[in-house]
Write a protein that binds this ligand. Structure first.
Ligand code: 9D3
Length: 260
């Protein structure tokens, strides 16, 4: 698939997509990331891309025409329809479900706003979808674009190695990850690792990890559990975790501190 990113900071977006799993996906030809700078499509001598907001107030607003010309060039370079996304705090929250759907969309344009945002008329006429990456204030859409490219890019067929893709369809789907340990078996200061992980009993290890995932999700993100029907095995494992947890930490759930 291909991303066309409309941004005043093309170097930032390109560099963020050139590293790690996603950088490798690009090198393997599984993913293409192109950038388009609206400043290159401004027609005045100063290459202006912003204007004062009508009605007054602080800050500037991105002009229609440089963005409109940029998007025309993006669409002209594409042999098929382009799904156009505007990154903004007013957008719907990005979710893994949305990421998975975008991973199947061959052509996606990402418009990054700067200043106070983009003239509303451009959004009405050119944008298919508005997305936010979370409830905090950024200074522009570039980090949002980088997040989408990373989350979507790693899902392209062949981007992950075998171990990484196998993990994707294990039980851990929709749950928090279990704890991980590596050498040394016994650390001088912080001690040992859970016995079961050294047992070589793969069924027991699987069960322990599943239980930890369920337990940590219950402790840290109970909202993820209420959205999700647990199968019989999961329910039994979580009950076991909760019994052990309350035995160690006393009464009911008033001590849901994030202690692991
Ligand atoms: C301080 C300016 N704010 C007025 C109360 C409005 C505002 C304008 C522009 C806030 C943020 C931005 C720039 N943000 C993004 O472009 C953005 C964003 C974000 O801020 N949070 C979460 N997701 C995203 S995606 C794009």
């Amino acid at each position: 698939m291909r991303f066309d990113v409309v941004t005043l900071f093309p170097d930032f977006v390109r560099q963020s997509a050139d590293v790690g799993v996603v950088g490798r996906a690009q090198q393997r030809g599984l993913l293409q990331v192109e950038t388009w700078n609206p400043r290159d499509y401004a027609t005045d001598n100063y290459r202006t891309v912003d204007g004062r907001p009508f009605g007054g107030g602080p800050g500037m607003v991105m002009l229609i025409d440089p963005l409109r010309a940029t998007l025309a060039a993006v669409r002209e370079a594409a042999p098929e329809p382009v799904h156009v996304i505007y990154l903004s705090p007013q957008g719907a929250r990005l979710t893994q479900a949305r990421v998975e759907a975008l991973a199947k969309t061959p052509r996606v344009a990402l418009i990054c706003g700067r200043y106070e945002g983009v003239d509303e008329r451009l959004l009405q006429h050119e944008v298919d979808e508005e997305l936010s990456i979370g409830d905090y204030v950024l200074s522009g859409g570039e980090l949002g674009a980088a997040v989408i490219i990373d989350a979507v890019g790693r899902l392209q067929d062949g981007a992950l190695n075998d171990a990484q893709s196998a993990q994707q369809d294990s039980f851990s789907d929709g749950l928090l990850d279990c704890p991980h340990y590596t050498r040394p078996v016994h650390h001088d200061v912080w001690g040992g690792v859970p016995e079961v992980l050294l047992s070589g009993d793969h069924a027991a290890i699987r069960r322990w990890r599943h239980k930890q995932s369920l337990g940590r999700t219950w402790l840290r993100r109970p909202d993820l559990l209420t959205q999700r029907a647990l199968d019989d095995e999961s329910r039994a494992l979580l009950d076991e975790f909760r019994r052990e947890y309350t035995r160690l930490n006393g009464a009911a759930d008033n001590g849901r501190r994030n202690k692991n």
